[in-house]
Design a binder for this molecule. Structure first.
Ligand SMILES: [Zn+2]
Length: 226
């Protein structure tokens, strides 16, 4: 559906172009794509959101003369061998080799907790995971404390939300409320607080990015933006 919405105005404008005398008002304005949050199924939602995450980070890296490459995305089970220390099939995780994973058990837990409003909570999750992708692009293989790595991913999540809100595509207050709820829920997993920090610490990291919109504000040790 989304591809059709993009292709159709292009086809119309090409036809108008062939007529050689189009009045300027004859070219229809391209329809904006539907907001990702209106996608209720996980795969189209996550695919849509990844595009918006990619757009912001492409721009941010380009502004500093670097090139962004998009991560792969797995929605539902797959690639269990990529399980990492800080995640697993019951939680979302990122692997430098295979990208962002939203395992089935994680998605079920999120939908059980939040019902039809789960997309905003998943928005926080994906923006955190892509923070790990940015780390992987900028500092591949750099060894830092897991808590520092997680704090920076939370901060990058806030940076993205700041930019997305500035583009008119996100309500940052709703995003922050959904992130807070998800941080509280995740803190009930026994290993989560030890590796990621408690909800108050994580929210402080997220706010650093959300308020500044500046990835450099997220620098931790050797994981620097510039
Ligand atoms: Zn993480």
């Amino acid at each position: 559906m989304r591809a059709a919405a993009v292709i159709l105005p292009l086809a119309v404008s090409m036809l108008v172009g062939c007529a050689h005398n189009p009045p300027p008002s004859a070219t229809p304005a391209p329809k904006p794509p539907p907001p990702c949050l209106s996608q209720l199924d996980d795969l189209p939602f996550a695919t849509c959101l990844l595009t918006e995450l990619d757009q912001v980070w492409t721009r941010e890296l380009r502004d500093t003369g670097r090139t962004y490459t998009a991560p792969r995305l797995t929605v539902g089970d797959g690639a269990r061998g990529d399980r990492t220390r800080d995640g697993g099939p019951d939680r979302a995780f990122y692997s430098p080799r295979s990208g962002i994973h939203l395992p089935t058990r994680y998605l079920m837990a999120v939908h059980t907790a939040y019902g039809p409003r789960a997309q905003m909570n998943l928005t926080f999750t994906m923006s955190h995971e892509i923070g790990h992708h940015i780390q992987s692009l900028l500092h591949p293989g750099t060894d830092v404390r897991v808590n520092d790595r997680e704090a920076q991913a939370d901060c990058y999540s806030g940076v993205w939300a700041h930019q997305e809100a500035a583009d008119g595509k996100l309500n940052s207050e709703q995003f922050r409320a959904a992130a807070t709820a998800e941080l509280n829920r995740l803190s009930t997993y026994p290993d989560e607080v030890a590796t990621h920090g408690d909800p108050a610490q994580r929210l402080a990291s997220l706010d650093k990015g959300l308020h500044s919109g500046d990835p450099a504000a997220c620098d931790v040790g050797p994981l620097t933006w510039r």
